[in-house]
Design a protein around this ligand. Sequence first.
Ligand SMILES: [Fe+2]
Ligand SMILES: [Fe+2]
Length: 257
Amino acid sequence: MGYTDNYERDAYGIVAFWLRSNLEHGQFFDREISHYELELARANQSMVQSLEGIWRRAEEKQGDFAILINESQQAVSEFRNFLTLGMNKALHCEVIVSTPVSLMDHMIREAEESQKVFGLIQSGGQVLVADSVIHESTFWLRQMADHLAFVQHYLDPSYYELQDKVRGMTQKFERLFLQANALRTIVRKPRPEMLPALNVFRQMVINEAKDLEAFKLKLDALIKQCAAITTAPRNMLEHLAREAHHLWRNLEEGIIA
Ligand SMILES: [Fe+2]
Ligand SMILES: [Fe+2]
């Protein structure tokens, strides 16, 4: 599992995870901007460069952490605003990009989640385990369902069987997402304890996320060997697998990260 080799879960590692996610979003977006949209492409490229510089420092655990996290907040906030502007233009049919609006929104939500996690690290705030489980599952299960929908979007239509399988998996994660949303109000705040029902749900999501990670890695290997017909960016499945991994690790540890 090459991609988890440098996946670390100390504060630098978590910041690096989020910076890398945002940075790769910019790289994926880059190839979907029409050549008519020079200004948009240039702005995106400059975001990618700045995110990449900070990400490398986080990976190497270089320099003062407080400065690093401030710069990360700044860079991700600029990228978030840029994507929001782009999505707004897309909704007004004022821009030529092949990225679906839902995918732009997906990237914006991950940028916002990064900001939230950076804020938590900065404040040193503690979150109750039950609150973390509810938060992580409501946030990530929607992302996981999206990932499968995007995999289907990029996969060649001639893969009838695989298309059908991925659609079924999307629906499974949509149902899990609905259940997480239901639990958010069924198990109301304050949540000082982990109720048995919430614990069973947590374990189910951990197992499903592990299976999903394995599926994404299998497809990732095929794409990298050019053995799957897809228009997906070459390292997109690895990106999606890393996010599934992040979800079940957070659930196991009962933290927001
Ligand atoms: Fe992502
Ligand atoms: Fe994602």
